[in-house]
Design a protein around this ligand. Structure first.
Ligand code: O7M
Length: 211
């Protein structure tokens, strides 16, 4: 049983807000990132949050600690409830993201292994496990792990314990909610909902399948 997180990668503000409004009752959070924010501006975060849906800022923050703090502070001041960062810049950079999140009463999630085919190149061989341990060591609230590789999610669950796992790759990338819903806390679905002819109906169906 998992929460449903809509990856709202629509690139126009009006389209994004219309989809957010029509799907809000079926989803537990909305993840926004560069596709929407570069088109609509960061203020769209507050507009979505005003619908009563928590907003997760997926900027995959990956810089030096000071820059990470500046980015994360902006995200939370804009109304987001959580931020997603990369682990590879190191534990001090990661700590900066976690610190900003917690200073604002928010959460920080760390990408440990990515869902696309190339993700298996970079994140295999113990890298994902190292990132997972870094995330736990930094006090992060959870990690991102790929629904496209449920066995990897299971392996990372062993390491991360009761911290949250959010999992993308369901729908357009080929995974199903049933593949990971017992292993994770949130399933991230993008195109299969926002690109559907009827996004509300698609969200309702994914919500049913995630429970
Ligand atoms: O369902 P999709 O494929 O249309 O969208 C998936 C969303 O999840 C999209 O916003 C991606 O950027 C994101 N994502 C992945 O697809 N794979 C990953 O490994 C990680 C993410 C992600 O959300 O990282 C935080």
């Amino acid at each position: 049983m998992s929460a449903l997180i809509l990856a709202l990668d629509a690139t126009s503000r009006n389209e994004a807000l219309a989809i957010a409004e029509s799907t809000a009752r079926y989803i537990d959070a909305i993840k926004i990132g560069y596709p929407l924010v570069l088109g609509a501006g960061l203020s769209v975060a507050g507009e979505i949050a005003a619908l009563g849906v928590p907003v997760i800022a997926d900027f995959k923050v990956a810089d030096i600690p000071n820059t990470n703090t500046l980015i994360c502070d902006s995200v939370f001041q804009a109304g987001c409830s959580a931020v997603i960062c990369h682990a590879f810049p190191g534990s001090d950079s990661l700590a900066a993201c976690v610190g900003s999140a917690h200073d604002h009463g928010g959460e920080c999630f760390v990408v440990c292994e990515m869902s696309h085919p190339g993700g298996a190149e970079w994140f295999s061989g113990g890298v994902a496990e190292s990132f997972c341990m870094m995330a736990a060591g930094a006090g992060a609230d959870g990690i991102i792990a790929p629904a496209t590789r449920p066995a990897r999610v299971a392996a990372l669950r062993e390491l991360i314990g009761t911290r949250k796992i959010y999992s993308p790759g369901v729908g357009a990338q080929g995974a199903s909610p049933e593949d990971v819903k017992e292993l994770v806390d949130g399933i991230i679905v993008g195109r299969a909902i926002y690109g559907a002819a009827d996004p509300a109906a698609a969200a309702a169906e994914y919500s049913r399948r995630c429970r």
